[in-house]
Every structure is written in structure tokens, then in C-alpha cells.
Design a protein around this ligand. Sequence first.
Ligand code: DQA
Length: 141
Amino acid sequence: KPIYVLNGPNLNLLGTREPEIYGYDTLADIESRLRQKAGDQALEFRQTNSEGELVDWVQEASREAGCLILNAGAYTHTSVALHDALRACTAPLIEVHLSNPAAREAFRQTNYVAPAAVASIAGLGPHGYEVALEAAIRMKA
Ligand code: DQA
């Protein structure tokens, strides 16, 4: 089964968006490094700014994915709909954040993703995605 890597709002702007917080790598850079690391393992790598589309993709991942890696961006801190979809999702979930929300503003301290996750990786920048992929591959093995 493929490993799904889903990215939420504003992550399409990586590389130019507050690089002092999120780094200079683009999402395409991150995807190509993951594909290299994945080798034969199929990856479904996507980004959306839409909350509803993200919910649809989590439902799809529940049916199709061996493991789900998710950076939900700001929906992490706001979306009960995403939380419910993740609760219903039968694929194991690894949460990723480039920054460490725990060390940031008060409004980032609410997290609707973490309670549904097997593991959370935050603060490692783009490398966090690679750590997550390594764990996902082991989890599936
Ligand atoms: C983020 C952290 C979120 O708080 C923020 O809204 C993002 C990016 C991260 O990867 O560090 O959009 O998920």
C-alpha cells in the first residue's frame, strides 16, 4: 500500500513563506527528497489549502494508505472536522510540523491532530518529513 503524505494550507508557499521559521526548501524539494528515500515504496504526496479536500483525502487514505504522514498546517489548531476524520482513519498517522508549535504562539497550543497520531515530529524542519517516512516504512514492514 502507498504511504500518503498530505500537506495542508499555505505549505505550497514553502521556500518564500517566513523562511526564518520554515526554511528555504520548497514543498517540491521536500517531495523529491522523500521520493529518493522511498525508493520502490509508493508515495502519494499532495498539498491543499482547502479543509474539505483535506478531510476527503484523509478518508481516502483510510481506505488506500499503509500509513498517513500529515502536516495539517494551521488546520492542526482549528479543525474538529479534520480531527474526526483522523479518528475514523484506520491507517496509522504520523504528524509532522516544520517548526515546533509548542514553542510558539498561544493560538498554536491547541492541537486537533496529535490526539489521533501514533507519533508527532516537530521542529526538525524539512528533515522531519524524512524521519516520518523512515518510521512509516518500518511501521508498514
Ligand atoms: C506548521 C505549524 C503551524 O502552526 C502553521 O500554521 C503552519 C505550519 C509547521 O509545519 O510548522 O502552517 O504546521
